[in-house]
Ligand binder design. Structure first.
Ligand code: 4GX
Length: 241
């Protein structure tokens, strides 16, 4: 999968060169190409923005510079172009999984008061927000999108992890434990040491449903639980209420 990122601040993308995404790039499972929009300024001072027509605070990025940076990407006609913006639909796990099926994403990061609408109308396929709060630019949202989408690409993390993770089945995760068996007087739950796989599986399912009910009841409302899981939920409700 190829990600081209159009940004005025390519240096902000150091974090996604580390850890799992760093290894994925070494193995060429993903290719993250950073394009500095400023390189396409024709101005002698490398200026890319100007004051908004109609007045008001801040600066707006010029459409010509953005279009030239976009046109430098080869095969851009077959890519999906995403503008990171608080005006977009909020990214969720379903959207992440859909995007992971694309071969080529171009992520456009705005800064200041945004980008001239005319170039957005010309090149953007989709606006995506990472949440209902205002950031200083689209770079962190672009990294969030790349990170979440990359988890679905074969070979980056193991399949079981993708499937077991929070949200993939719509439920929160069960609690995890490792050595030592006793920590500050607190023991690991007996079942996990029993070696009884079926009982462990049932305990984990119970804990997942309980965690979701207690911490994120909003998630449970949208979920269609199986008859079995619903019975577990009713049992949990009787115990805690
Ligand atoms: N999820 N921002 C984009 C520039 C901007 C200004 C006005 C459109 C209109 C954000 C978010 C986000 C801040 C990135 C403003 N774009 N992006 N930037 N939340 O807050 O994606």
């Amino acid at each position: 999968m190829k990600f081209d990122v159009l940004t005025l601040f390519p240096e902000m993308f150091e974090p996604i060169k580390q850890s799992i995404l760093g290894k994925a790039q070494e193995k060429e499972l993903i290719n993250i190409n950073l394009i500095n929009i400023r390189d396409f300024s024709k101005d002698k001072h490398k200026k890319v923005d100007d004051t908004p027509y109609g007045g008001g605070a801040g600066m707006v990025i010029r459409p010509d510079v953005v279009l030239d940076s976009f046109n430098s990407i080869k095969d851009n006609k077959n890519a999906k172009v995403i503008y990171m913006s608080p005006q977009g639909k909020v990214l969720d796990q379903e959207k992440v999984e859909d995007l992971s099926k694309e071969k080529h994403l171009i992520l456009l990061c705005g800064h200041y008061e945004g980008i001239d609408q005319r170039v957005l109308d010309k090149i953007v396929d989709e606006e995506i927000s990472i949440g209902n709060y205002v950031l200083t630019g689209g770079e962190i949202p672009a990294m969030v999108l790349i990170d979440s989408v990359s988890r679905y690409i074969d070979g980056i993390i193991n399949k079981e992890s993708v499937e077991e993770e929070s949200f993939s089945n719509g439920l929160l995760e069960y609690p995890q434990y490792t050595r030592p068996e006793v920590f500050e007087g607190k023991e690991v739950p007996d079942i996990l040491i029993s070696g009884h796989h079926k009982k462990i599986e049932d305990w984990r399912k119970y804990q997942s449903i309980k965690n979701t009910f207690l911490k994120r009841p909003d998630l449970l409302e949208k979920l269609k639980l199986s008859k079995e899981d619903n019975e577990i939920l009713n049992k949990i409700k009787n115990e805690v209420l």
